[in-house]
Write a protein that binds this ligand. Structure first.
Ligand SMILES: [Zn+2]
Length: 335
């Protein structure tokens, strides 16, 4: 009996399956197919053109003769990673999903691809979300609501410096640099194993760290770092006899926090103030120095890293975007 081998398809060993339809983004009334290595999406030119200038220009480019068609629609090969493009398209089709931008890697991918395709509203959503971890005001920096976002940003400080540079979000740089000053010098110099700073950014970080140390010694935390006696009055000397020698910050502070700048991060509790043993006037003065000192440091934070002023950073960030949205909202956001 002759073997019927018509139904048997032998694939070569190096066979790679072609891109498959991504059904959640395969609309029967779509009119253009976007194709990555893994997926194809049948989407709407008009909708995507409204959101993305780059896609709009891409769609209006004359197609070469003999252009590939699928189901009668032109096929455009996209160079992007499939899941990044899917993230972007899904967020355009389902704006409510943007409220759930809490996965860090997702956010990073979305900021990159929305910047690349100039999907300005989506990019702004990603920037706003990232800004929770990289605040641009001291008030936001102190807001306990977003402590987790700041912690996450601090864990990814080097990656974030590179990301916000690459995606032109300079307003987020000062805080990202501040987080880098909290890293060991070796990490600043050599990277965290995955990401590393450019040499100009290493220099900016180290220079900024020195200025932050100066500020905490002279402005914000004099009560901890001034030489013995300098930060206290003669009346305090009387109290020293009662309470013991000072200034003597608790050992845990002195040993664990002096190797990195704490001028923005460390605000003592009432118990710590009480434990210092200073007179009421001196303690009030040091609380005031800390409050106004931190505000001063925040104001100077960009210039400490050679970035100019906060206002200049905002202008740079939005200079390339000419939509009325940005002109209207930029200064409002800073207020
Ligand atoms: Zn005193």
């Amino acid at each position: 009996m002759q073997q019927d081998d018509c139904d048997v398809v032998v694939l070569p060993e190096d066979h790679v399956p072609g891109p498959s339809r991504y059904m959640k983004l395969w609309f029967s009334d779509g009119n253009v197919v976007l194709r990555t290595k893994e997926h194809m999406m049948l989407v709407h030119r008009s909708l995507l053109s409204v959101h993305s200038r780059v896609l709009r220009d891409m769609f209006t480019m004359p197609q070469p003769p003999g252009e590939e068609l699928r189901n009668g629609h032109p096929v455009i090969d996209m160079p992007d990673e499939s899941n990044h493009l899917i993230h972007m398209l899904t967020s355009i089709y389902n704006p409510y999903l943007r409220a759930h931008l809490y996965d860090f890697d997702f956010l990073v991918a979305l900021l990159r691809i929305s910047t690349k395709y100039e999907v300005t509203d989506l990019r702004q959503t990603a920037v706003d979300r990232l800004q929770l971890g990289l605040p641009t005001t001291l008030q936001a920096f102190d807001d306990p609501t977003h402590a987790k976002a700041r912690e996450e940003a601090m864990d990814n400080a080097i990656q974030l410096v590179n990301l916000v540079r690459e995606t032109n979000c300079p307003e987020l740089l000062p805080c990202a640099f501040y987080y880098c000053t909290q890293l060991p010098t070796t990490t600043v110099l050599e990277g965290d194993g995955v990401h590393s700073l450019s040499w100009p950014d290493v220099a900016a970080c180290l220079k900024g760290r020195e200025l932050l140390f100066d500020a905490q010694r002279n402005d914000t935390h004099r009560f901890m770092f001034a030489a013995n006696g300098e930060a206290w009055c003669s009346h305090c000397d009387y109290e020293v006899e009662v309470y013991g020698p000072h200034p003597s910050p608790p050992v845990n502070l002195a040993s664990t926090q002096t190797s990195r700048p704490i001028c923005l991060s460390y605000v003592p509790t009432d118990e710590l103030w009480d434990s210092l043993g200073g007179c009421d006037l001196c303690i009030a003065e040091h609380k005031s120095l800390l409050k106004y000192g931190r505000e001063g440091v925040w104001k100077k934070l960009p210039s400490m890293f050679g970035l100019g002023t906060w206002e200049e950073l905002v202008k740079t960030q939005y200079a390339l975007l000419d939509e009325p949205y940005y002109e209207k909202n930029t200064w409002h956001r800073r207020a």
